[in-house]
Design a protein around this ligand. Structure first.
Ligand SMILES: Cc1cc2nc3c(=O)[nH]c(=O)nc-3n(C[C@H](O)[C@H](O)[C@H](O)COP(=O)(O)O)c2cc1C
Length: 369
């Protein structure tokens, strides 16, 4: 059957993938309240479209950290993509590059920074997990730099791994024929089987729980790449990110895989945007599945969005072709949303083009007593 929207890939992935792999990709933490909310919260935002504007030409292009891309839709880091498809991160890199957008490569990729770079030209960011062994981190950042990656997305919401119960039940571990390729030479590329989630044990053993704001500064001493702080949900941390020298902020709850009962990212976005005061760009990931979602995020002040699960699900279904299709469908939907709401460029998308459930007291007259 023909695929007409991004969500349809999930069911196909579920059919195709081993249960352990599908569950790892799909799951959120604990009750998965935030997982549901990430998508559902977009339905609390409606449009205030403008009419009779010449929309014969629509320009979706934008600039992220000085890099020109074709649309404000980018690829979030998701770990271990070769579990979805033999070409894994290579396929994703090629699809992103063909779409003229940015791919973020996970630290825990099953292809190394050098391997991904060898797929050809493309603007790529590298997502960083900070290991206890700082030599490992410094070495990896240097390799990413040398391989032509343009920014570091520092993940700050994972001092420990969130409790993903399906992974615990499945005794999730990386299949033995795969490796965390960025760490292979460092003897950290394999994941032992554990009595619970193998990934949770790996994180507990390797990832630095002491990570703090001073380390954001430290990172700037070992690299000249711009740093995006990934995992901000509050105004307080937005201000601290700016103070610590971040080049940008990603409003993210890690696809609802870390702390459950945090708000949907689209609900947290505006507070972060206000606190950033235009000093650094603010991006969003979490639950974006439609072009309308992209528009809503931009109307609330995001400079762009990233998608996570749609990439791994489409990769599982159709490899590179699938990821290309996901990017194309979101692009087409976003373009149509712009046209139907009377916006010809990203600059024309404003807060007045939407109304949110939390605006309602402002727009509705108070009931008569
Ligand atoms: C299977 C999977 C693996 C992920 N791996 C990483 C990772 O290695 N590093 C990271 O910073 N975020 C990781 N994330 C979080 C994503 O970068 C992103 O925040 C999230 O997927 C966005 O939500 P969405 O899946 O609803 O689009 C992962 C998410 C998923 C679903």
């Amino acid at each position: 059957m023909e695929i007409t929207n991004v969500n349809e890939y999930q069911a196909i992935a579920k059919e195709k993938l081993p249960k352990m792999v599908y569950d790892y990709y799909a799951s959120g933490a604990e009750d998965q309240w935030t997982l549901h909310e990430n998508q559902y919260a977009f339905s609390k935002i409606l449009f205030r479209p403008r009419i009779l504007i010449d929309v014969s030409k629509i320009d979706m292009s934008t600039t992220v950290l000085g890099f020109k891309i074709s649309m404000p839709i980018m690829i979030a880091p998701t770990a271990m993509q070769k579990m979805a498809h033999p070409e894994g991160e290579y396929a994703t890199a090629r699809a992103a590059s063909a779409a003229g957008t940015i791919m973020t490569l996970s630290s825990w990729a099953t292809s190394s920074v050098e391997e991904v770079a060898s797929t050809g030209p493309g603007i790529r960011f590298f997502q960083l997990y900070v290991y206890k062994d700082r030599n490992v981190v410094a070495q990896l950042v240097r390799r990413a730099e040398r391989a032509g990656f343009k920014a570091i997305a520092l993940t700050v919401d994972t001092p420990r791994l969130g409790r993903r119960e399906a992974d615990i039940k499945n005794r999730f571990t990386l299949p033995p024929f795969l490796a965390l390729k960025n760490f292979e030479g460092l003897d950290l590329g394999k994941m032992d089987k554990a009595d619970d989630s193998g990934l949770a044990s790996y994180v507990a053993g390797q990832i630095d729980r002491t990570l703090s704001w001073k380390d954001v500064k430290w990172l700037q001493t070992i690299t000249s790449l711009p740093i995006l702080v990934k995992g901000v949900l509050t105004a307080e941390d937005a201000r601290l990110s700016v103070q610590a020298g971040a080049a940008g902020i990603i409003v993210s709850n890690h696809g609802a895989r870390q702390l459950d009962y945090v708000p949907a990212t689209i609900m947290a976005l505006e507070e972060v945007v206000k606190a950033a005061q235009g000093r650094v760009p603010v991006f969003l990931d979490g639950g974006v599945r439609r072009g309308t979602d992209v528009f809503k995020a931009l109307a609330l002040g995001a400079s762009g969005i990233f998608i996570g699960r749609p990439v791994v699900f489409s990769l599982a279904a159709e490899g590179e072709v699938g990821v290309r299709k996901v990017l194309q469908m979101l692009r087409d939907e976003f373009e149509l949303t712009m046209a139907l709401s009377g916006c010809r460029s990203l600059r024309e998308i404003t807060r007045d083009h939407i109304v949110t459930e939390w605006d309602v007291p402002r727009i509705r007259p108070a009931p008569r007593l």
